[in-house]
Design a protein around this ligand. Sequence first.
Ligand code: FES
Length: 114
Amino acid sequence: MTGSPPIRVRFDADREFDAALGESILDVALRNHVDLDHACGGVCACSTCHVRVLEGADALNGASEEEEDRLDSARDVGLDSRLGCQARIERAPKGGVVAVRIPAWNVNLVREAH
Ligand code: FES
């Protein structure tokens, strides 16, 4: 076998896609038409791209202070919360998959706004 092991990102248990090192969770979502809101365009200036990382957090970069401050204004936040635009894949996840859940509140907001 050659090259790096494949990396997959799973959204909400039922949608799974290939991902590359250096991509953010938002990058993978947008490339695959996953409805992950991104009001500020991915520059850490809102919290609409909030996701909960259920598996594979070991593959992601650490959250910056700016990201953590931003997350304070999101709803349904937990220790596994990240901003999708700031969470970048830096290494292959041990289990092969980074699994995230888009909080229901974000989904509702998107539905109401469009
Ligand atoms: S899209 Fe605004 S913080 Fe991620």
